[in-house]
Design a protein around this ligand. Structure first.
Ligand SMILES: Cc1cc2nc3c(=O)[nH]c(=O)nc-3n(C[C@H](O)[C@H](O)[C@H](O)COP(=O)(O)O)c2cc1C
Length: 200
């Protein structure tokens, strides 16, 4: 596989932290700096688009009888326009933040909007995680987030790039994490075949 065949052309960064400019976002921006010229990057704060909670209407009479509201449809379309979706999400209680989980829940709705052809169009896209945590032990606190996204990627027959993990608590502390910064330089440009979880 040549590098050009795995380098994403249109990368959507979905910011899931409940604060702006935090560690996960700063690490993701470092990773984005390594993308080759011509790559289209799209940055979106999930909480701005998640205007209503997901409702499971799969088995309700008539199922999903109305289309998603414009904000959620726009989020679906931006997802579908991307070659790679990067979930930029700190560790919250050993898991993904609620905004990231809500985003994944909405996939279940979008899969049932026939015009979107969501599952069909997600197939083959790349999914990855950029995360940050403040554990003084190791990176195992990020394992549930990684597993959740990896298995979700498998379910939709997406490709899984892996995770980029940084350490920090106050905003900007991740910039002291030299291992994470080094990993960030190649995270989004390396061939997928060597995808693995980056320890920080
Ligand atoms: C609600 C909440 C839960 C958290 N849970 C954990 C945790 O389980 N493990 C951990 O190591 N850090 C935890 N943290 C710390 C954050 O992961 C850490 O501060 C991270 O750098 C925040 O990323 P951000 O700056 O991108 O928002 C938590 C922080 C918050 C606000």
């Amino acid at each position: 596989m040549s590098p050009s065949s795995v380098t994403p052309r249109n990368v959507l960064f979905l910011l899931a932290s409940s604060r702006e400019g935090g560690n996960a976002e700063q690490l993701a921006r470092k990773a984005a700096e390594a993308l080759p010229p011509g790559t289209v990057t799209d940055w979106l704060r999930l909480e701005d688009s998640l205007v209503e909670p997901f409702r499971d209407l799969r088995h309700a009479p008539g199922g999903y009888t109305r289309p998603p509201p414009p904000e959620l449809l726009a989020l679906a379309e931006r997802t579908l326009a991307a070659d790679e979706v990067v979930i930029v999400a700190p560790v919250y209680w050993y898991n993904l933040p609620s905004t990231a989980l809500a985003y994944l829940e909405h996939w279940s709705w979008w899969m049932r909007v026939p015009e979107l052809r969501f599952a069909e169009r997600m197939r083959g896209k790349v999914l990855s995680l950029v995360t940050a945590h403040s554990s003084e032990e190791d990176d195992s606190v990020a394992t549930p987030s990684l597993m959740s996204l990896r298995m979700s990627a498998d379910y939709l027959e997406m490709r899984w790039r892996g995770g980029l993990i940084g350490h920090g608590n106050r905003p900007g502390e991740v910039l002291q994490d030299t291992r994470a910064l080094s990993a960030a330089r190649e995270f989004l440009v390396r061939p997928l075949s060597v995808a693995k979880v980056e320890a920080a």
